[in-house]
Design a protein around this ligand. Structure first.
Ligand SMILES: C[S@@+](CC[C@H](N)C(=O)[O-])C[C@H]1O[C@@H](n2cnc3c(N)ncnc32)[C@H](O)[C@@H]1O
Length: 348
C-alpha cells in the first residue's frame, strides 16, 4: 500500500479484520503459493471456472478464494471477471519491485507459530514463543543457526527490507568521508553491499554470528566487493569490535535489545572508534509519543515474543538518549526517512 494512499473500512469490518486476521493472512499467503495473482494478471481477468482450470483445483475453492480476495480489496470484479487491484499489482505480483512475498514467507514460516505466546511473553517479560524453534541460545538469531532453511527465509526478508530501507539512508547521510565501516550484526551483508557499491573507496567489515557471515560471504561474487567487504565472525555483545573503523553501523539491531543492553553495545562501539568517528543507529521506529505508527505497533510484539524477549521499535528519542548515555556527546537525528525508519548518529 502506498504510504499516502488510504483504504476505507467501516469500524465493523476493521474489527473483523482484527479478529479474522489469520484468515486474511492465509488468503494472501495461499494466493501467492497458488500464483493466483499472476494467473489473473496474465489472462487479463478470470471467472471462478477459468481460474479453477488454470490452477488445477475444483471450482468451489476457486470461488472461495476470489470472494475472499475481492472482500479484501486485492482483486476487483470488472464485468464478469475478477482482475487484480492496483494494490496487488504494486505489492503482490512476484514481478513487482516492492513484492511483499519475502515478508509473507517469514511471517508464515518463522513468526506466526510463535505469536500465540504473546500473552505468556508479556506475563514473563521474555520470548516464550522461541520454544517452537529448538536449538542453541536464547534469541531467534542463534536458534536460526540450527535451521538453515528457516535462516535463509529470514535473511531473504531481512535483506529485502534492508535494501529498500538503504536507499533513503544513502540520500540523507554523506558517507564520503568514511574509509572503513564495521557493520555490527551485519546479517546477510545487504547493507555492506549497498554501501560498498555506492562508495568505491570504502571497506566494510561485517560482524555477526559465524553461520551468518558465511551466508553473507557466499552472496558476494563481484571481485571488487569481495576485496572490500570483510567478515568478522563473533558475538557482538561479548566479543570486541574489529579494530580500525572510523564508522560503526548499528542497523536493525537497536530494536532487538533492552535500553540497557543497547547502551552497553553503543559504549563498546564508541570505544572502538577514533576521535571524530561516527556510530550510525538506523531502525524501524515508533513516534516519540508512543502512539504509532502501525508498523512499530505490529513489529514490537515480535521482538518480545520471539526475537529476543526484550526489544521493540523504539523512538528516535530513545536511540538518541542511548547514544548519549554511551558517551557520545554529539548526536544528530534524521527522521521521516520513509519505511518508518529513523537514523541517529553519534560522533565521538
Ligand atoms: C535484525 S537482523 C539485522 C541484520 C542487518 N543489520 C540488517 O540491517 O539487515 C539482526 C542481526 O544481528 C545479529 N545478531 C544478533 N545478536 C547477535 C550476537 N549476539 N552476536 C552476533 N550477531 C548477532 C543476527 O545474527 C542478525 O544477523
Amino acid at each position: 500500500m502506498g504510504t499516502d494512499r488510504h483504504v476505507s473500512l467501516t469500524e465493523a469490518d476493521y474489527l473483523r479484520l482484527l479478529v479474522h486476521g489469520t484468515t486474511a493472512f492465509e488468503l494472501v499467503r495461499a494466493s501467492l503459493e497458488l500464483e493466483i495473482f499472476e494467473q489473473l494478471d496474465r489472462a487479463g481477468g478470470m471467472d471462478p471456472a477459468r481460474l479453477a482450470e488454470a490452477i488445477d483445483v475444483p471450482v468451489q475453492p476457486a470461488r472461495v478464494m476470489l470472494l475472499g480476495l475481492c472482500a479484501l480489496g486485492l482483486v476487483d470484479k470488472r464485468d464478469d471477471v475478477y482482475v487484480i487491484s492496483r494494490m496487488t499489482r504494486d505489492k503482490l505480483l512476484r514481478s513487482s519491485p516492492r513484492h511483499l512475498g519475502p515478508l509473507v514467507d517469514v511471517q508464515a514460516k518463522v513468526i506466526n507459530q510463535a505469536m500465540p505466546d504473546l500473552a505468556e511473553s508479556v506475563r514473563h517479560g521474555t520470548n516464550v514463543g522461541l520454544r517452537h524453534l529448538p536449538g542453541p541460545g536464547t534469541t531467534l538469531y542463534e536458534r536460526l543457526t540450527a535451521h538453515p532453511d528457516l535462516q535463509r527465509v529470514f535473511y531473504t526478508n531481512m535483506g529485502d527490507a534492508s535494501r529498500k530501507a538503504f536507499a533513503p539512508l544513502a540520500q540523507c547521510y554523506d558517507f564520503s568521508t568514511v574509509r572503513h565501516a564495521v557493520d555490527v550484526g551485519g546479517g546477510d551483508g545487504t547493507n555492506a553491499i549497498e554501501l560498498a557499491r555506492r562508495h568505491p573507496h570504502l571497506t566494510v567489515t561485517v560482524f555477526d554470528h559465524e553461520s551468518v557471515t558465511r551466508l553473507a560471504a557466499d552472496r558476494i561474487e563481484d571481485p571488487d566487493l569481495r576485496r572490500r567487504i570483510r567478515f568478522h565472525p563473533g558475538d557482538i555483545l561479548t566479543d570486541p569490535l574489529p579494530a580500525g573503523a572510523d564508522a560503526v553501523l548499528v542497523f536493525h539491531i537497536f530494536e532487538i535489545w533492552s535500553r540497557e543492553r543497547n547502551t552497553e553495545l553503543l559504549r563498546a562501539c564508541r570505544a572502538a572508534l577514533p576521535d571524530g568517528g561516527v556510530c550510525l543507529v538506523y531502525n524501524f521506529v515508533s513516534n516519540d509519543a508512543g502512539t504509532g505508527p502501525m508498523s512499530a505497533g505490529l513489529v514490537s510484539p515480535y521482538f518480545l515474543t520471539l526475537a529476543s524477549g526484550e526489544g521493540m521499535a523504539y523512538s528516535a528519542a530513545d536511540m538518541e538518549q542511548a547514544l548519549r548515555d554511551a558517551g557520545f556527546a554529539h548526536t544528530e537525528r534524521y527522521e521521516d526517512m520513509g519505511f518508518s525508519h529513523a537514523l541517529v548518529v553519534g560522533r565521538r
